[in-house]
Design a protein around this ligand. Sequence first.
Ligand code: PAF
Length: 286
Amino acid sequence: MQIFTTRKGLRDYLNSLENKHLSLGFVPTMGALHPGHISLLESAKKHCDLSICSIFVNPGQFNDPDDLKRYPRMPEKDGELLTKHGCDVLFMPEVEEIYPEKPNESYDFGHLDKVLEGAHRPGHFNGVAQVLSRFFNILRPDRAFFGEKDYQQMLIVKALVKQLDVKVEIVPCPIVREPDGLAMSSRNALLSQKERELAANIPIWMNWAAKQLTGATIEEVKHSLQEAIQQHPELRLDYFEVCDAETLKPFSGHLNAKPAIALIALFCGKIRLIDNIRLNSYNLKV
Ligand code: PAF
């Protein structure tokens, strides 16, 4: 695996391969890699000739300075894992390399960046758009791979590439889960044992909610979910919403036949976790 820390080093290398006409698959990450990231790398390897992962903890997308401080960093272990799984190129720049000057561009994705994570983490998606526009510009990948755990981010990145008019195909990849169903996340490593046990309820509640929504209203399901979560003082619900799966416009009442998704964010102690479940028409009361 080739490792680069500078834009110039990486660009020179990619330019040297230009006459080979290789397709480039990009997996952007913030490190603390887990099997979810590796599944993105596997997809990149399957669909492209050359796989590139980035590890960059992007300060601009953290609205909480403590969250940025405590975000897990383990570059050596990550490097070993990527080598083991056959990654071709790793890009690990310092903050100054990506932001020689403080970024100031601001993006507007209409409704998409105003709800859910956008409403609860002001500036978050602007930070994500700032860093990805730079990465797309440096790497010029053919495809970029994003996990559906960050479903809203995936939709926003699709909107970003349209806005920037860059020719990169955004490939959504399914959520990878722990054996007990918890969606894999770098943040899971920060949970205490008790918090980790409680976090295992999230996928159980989401599956329960999906089943309930075949008959009950969204408001009824939300209320029951809130009650279940309140049984545990360590947990605090940030949001549970049922939305149009393409626009993220919120639904209310009974579900109709439109493709829908239920999304949740909750605090487990100090750690904020997110998850989602697609609500397919087969389990809807129409
Ligand atoms: O999903 C993430 O890990 C980050 O938001 C990303 C896409 C690497 C941008 O910093």
